[in-house]
Design a protein. Sequence first.
Length: 254
Amino acid sequence: MYVACSTLSFARLPLERALRLMAELEFSKVDIAITENGTHLKPSEVVEDVAKAALRIRIGPTLTPAAFSIEFDVANDDEYLKQLKAICKLARHTAVPLLTIAAASSGSGIDAEVKRLRGLVPMVEAEGLTLTVATRIGTLTELPSTARELCERVPGLALTLDPSHYINGPHQGGAYDELFPYVRHVHLRDTGKAPGKFQVRVGQGEIEYGRIISQLQRCRYNRLLTVALNDVAEAPFAMETEVRKLKYLLESLI
């Protein structure tokens, strides 16, 4: 396994400065957040100039992009596909093997989402990439049983496991062991169950890092563990310090 860092951990910095800080923290791999409403790279910017986007996410030989986490904000399905295709092209240019997208919102029909994802997975696979959906509050994957059903019904679909959403969300710390065979990427931060405790200092929450890694090892997982703190103004701690602490903790466990 490899410890990576998400650009969301330093979202309040310019992208170039965030990447340089990750390199200074001795990360070798980065999960690039491509979010339309974010402060770094946007899907619409990738559509405009793939080559320019590729240059923005490469700062040197010691830090390489290893995954894209994508948030779209589009008016229709055609624009969604246009942006996704451009991001697939960017992934090829930068040797990124994996994309993470959001599943449909909770309350959506699962049959319709299966149909949508069955159309997306072959398109992404044709580019040599893996498509995952994130386990996330407010989407169909906020419950492990539905996340598993999506993977079972959509050949080639995988998961980006974010256990915080199963601690602080409606699942409230219940088991999600059934998902580990489908996991191809992991996002980590510490989290408590109480309201307002989605992100807490490392060691003050309920994420069982050792158990997660053990379960992944049983499934022969040899991919990324991404430090994915949310760099928000109201965070009660210094991002750089917490990122470093979680990096060292994960490295000690693998």
